[in-house]
Structure formats: structure tokens, C-alpha cells
Design a protein around this ligand. Structure first.
Ligand SMILES: [Zn+2]
Length: 80
């Protein structure tokens, strides 16, 4: 599994989540089940991506909802 810096994972996660949520909403507004399901599917994949890659490079544990510069588990700086 290739290493992706936590800050990059954060940005990708939020952008994709917002885009997919808007697509799902658009599908609901347009009564298009296919667009709505596609948006929800991308949201689910985005959550899985976040779970797999949003990890501390030092201890390897998931960073949870932390948005700080330091790992909440081991306390080391994330971009060291
Ligand atoms: Zn850590």
C-alpha cells in the first residue's frame, strides 16, 4: 500500500466527500436513482479510503477525527 501523507489524505477525503454528497443530492433532486446511488457509492469508497490511509506514519494507527499536526496516539509530528 503506497504511503500518502495524512494532510493529503485529509484534503482528498473532504473534497471527494463534498463532491459525492452534492452528486447524491443532485440525483435526489433530479429523481435520478443512478446518479444518487453513484454519489453514495463514491462516498462509501471515500470513507474506506480515509480509514485505510489516514494513519500515523510513525505508529501506523488510525488518526480518527484528529485534524492536528501531531498524532493523538503517539504524539509525534505527522509530517516529520
Ligand atoms: Zn502515531
Amino acid at each position: 500500500m503506497p504511503y500518502i501523507p495524512p494532510k493529503t489524505v485529509r484534503i482528498v477525503y473532504i473534497c471527494v466527500l463534498v463532491g459525492a454528497a452534492l452528486a447524491a443530492l443532485l440525483g435526489a433532486v433530479l429523481s435520478s436513482t443512478a446518479v444518487m446511488i453513484a454519489g453514495m457509492g463514491v462516498m462509501l469508497l471515500d470513507v474506506i479510503f480515509h480509514f485505510l490511509w489516514y494513519r500515523c506514519p510513525h505508529c501506523g494507527r488510525h488518526l480518527g477525527r484528529s485534524w492536528g499536526d501531531y498524532c493523538p496516539r503517539c504524539g509525534k509530528k505527522l509530517d516529520a
